[in-house]
Design a protein around this ligand. Sequence first.
Ligand SMILES: NC(=O)c1ccc[n+]([C@@H]2O[C@H](COP(=O)([O-])OP(=O)(O)OC[C@H]3O[C@@H](n4cnc5c(N)ncnc54)[C@H](OP(=O)(O)O)[C@@H]3O)[C@@H](O)[C@H]2O)c1
Length: 198
Amino acid sequence: MTTIAILGNGRVGGTLATALTGAGHEVTVAGRAPGAAADAARTAQVVINATPGAGSLDRLTALREELRGKLLVDVSNATVDGPDGLPADLLYPRSSLAEQLQEALPGTHVVKTLNTMLFTVMTAPATLDQAPEVFLSGEEPQAKEVVRELLMDLGWRKEWITDLGGIRTARATEAAVLFVPHVIRAGGFAPFAISIAR
Ligand SMILES: NC(=O)c1ccc[n+]([C@@H]2O[C@H](COP(=O)([O-])OP(=O)(O)OC[C@H]3O[C@@H](n4cnc5c(N)ncnc54)[C@H](OP(=O)(O)O)[C@@H]3O)[C@@H](O)[C@H]2O)c1
């Protein structure tokens, strides 16, 4: 059993909270009420960022003390959105939110994952017609092992989980968000995960 704080109570945060609670973890969800994120992060072993990517760096940097020594799982995408509200560009070109977070929070192990799919797939990967893939990016192997176990609790099979390497590899998965508006325009809001066919 892991004590988990989820920051953000929207589609992603709510879906992850339900599934991780169902898997036997102790989950606290923090919305935007003042102090909620700090209180949740302070007592958790693992903190999941499921808030909008554009403000995530400021929000999480403000939690530096609460996040010290913790595992921060970042599932967000930091984008500049178009008039239709869908991602149109990257907020951190030539970098990534995950790299910015790791640099701002040197006492925290940042692991990027789950940001390359519709939220429904995060907790139900076996429901797609083809085997999906989920990626891990992070500097600390032990932290990535903890996240791998959590992914398996969410229904991800070992062979569907690809460790891409250090935190810099997150710029590849974060850039994949640029597929999203086109995938949705082409196929509607049908569940999808961006994966490598082999
Ligand atoms: N939706 C997807 O399929 C998907 C897939 C992969 C990755 N992601 C990423 O996951 C993150 C969350 O996406 P989502 O679809 O769950 O978004 P969402 O449904 O809009 O939920 C965002 C949550 O963050 C909270 N929030 C917004 N501004 C905040 C602030 N300033 N301080 C604290 N909390 C704040 C919102 O609170 P309120 O309810 O009070 O506004 C809400 O609880 C985003 O970074 C997104 O890029 C989403």
